[in-house]
Ligand binder design. Structure first.
Ligand code: SAM
Length: 295
């Protein structure tokens, strides 16, 4: 019997056994979400469309296994060596890299695709990274950046208290059951945070009770809500010399691993999504690759 159940199955599971997980496993749910991201963005691309691609802020590198389908040679990078532990293959090379320094680390025009998911909001100076990307991108290349949007921020604030409650119940169940739950930790793996270039911010006791920590580098919840707006990112991309070809709706996720798949599908059908993909090419340039990516 599996001791991993989603919240959608929870009532049944509560009746059957105690000590199970209520929320989805962090790694499994992250990887499932990455599959959906890649399918939403690259689903219509032919195999091995891109000759040489770069992924920035790749985390554990799982996405590289999915991107490899569309890319002949991939350089998969992250700044955190504890997180990016992949071993090079014929088509994927792993490298530790600060995304803000990307422009100094590769040759001009070396890549026809530069990709990131949930990275730019973690950079204190995303403009520097974007100018670097512009330099190393071929003139007819494409750059794609996925990021949480304002609906994501609002959702994480609204669901913060329900999530705390659910997490506490899960911990109690695991503690009350000597054998079943302990094979799965409720904690995320000890990778360190996502905002690698900032000291971890302290939250006041009161704020902690009602509001989630900020996800990216913004100083507080309101600043983050504003920073996650589309107009802000379009402006950043234009300043770095890019043209925004499309802002694609990618997927809905609360970020809390509740696992309500059916609810998620309904919300997506209603046009609600929490992750946006910005598809860019250089200003004054055309990219034949874009035809496979645009909605
Ligand atoms: C939210 S995670 C996203 C990871 C992965 N892209 C994914 O979608 O699962 C943000 C990642 O950005 C990385 N990161 C933060 N600052 C970075 C920097 N300056 N340069 C490169 N990577 C950075 C973190 O180590 C982390 O792996």
């Amino acid at each position: 019997m599996s001791c991993y159940v989603t919240a959608a199955d929870a009532p049944e599971a509560f009746g059957r056994i105690a000590g199970v997980r209520i929320k989805a496993d962090p790694t499994e749910s992250l990887h499932r979400f990455k599959q959906r991201e890649i399918a939403a963005v690259f689903g219509r691309c032919p195999r091995k469309l891109f000759r040489r691609a770069l992924e920035l802020g790749a985390g554990d590198g799982y996405t590289s296994t999915l991107l490899a389908e569309y890319v002949q040679e991939l350089v998969c990078t992250d700044m955190n060596p504890r997180r990016l532990t992949g071993i090079d293959t014929d088509s994927v090379a792993f490298r530790i890299l600060d995304a803000e320094e990307v422009g100094e680390q590769f040759s001009s025009g070396e890549f026809d695709l530069v990709y990131s998911s949930s990275l730019l909001e973690h950079l204190p100076d995303p403009g520097r990274a974007l100018r670097g990307i512009h330099r190393i991108l071929r003139d007819d290349g494409i750059s794609i950046h996925l990021m949480p949007n304002r609906l994501w921020k609002g959702t994480t604030v609204l669901l913060y208290m329900p999530n705390r409650l659910l997490t506490s119940v899960e911990k109690l169940l695991i503690a009350a059951t000597p054998s079943s739950g302990r094979t799965h930790s409720t904690r995320r793996p000890p990778y360190g945070g996502n905002n690698l270039k900032l000291a971890r911010r302290k939250q006041s006791f009161l704020t902690k009770q009602f509001l989630p920590r900020t996800h990216g580098v913004s100083g507080n919840t309101l600043a983050e809500f504003l920073a996650f707006g589309k107009a802000r990112w379009v402006h950043e991309f234009q300043l770095a010399g890019f043209r925004v070809l499309a802002v694609k709706r990618v997927a809905f996720s609360s970020g809390y691993r509740f696992g309500y798949e059916r609810v998620r599908r309904v919300l997506e059908r209603l046009g609600l999504y929490t992750v946006s993909a910005y598809i860019l090419c250089k200003q004054d340039a055309q990219s034949p690759l874009a035809t496979h990516l645009l909605p």
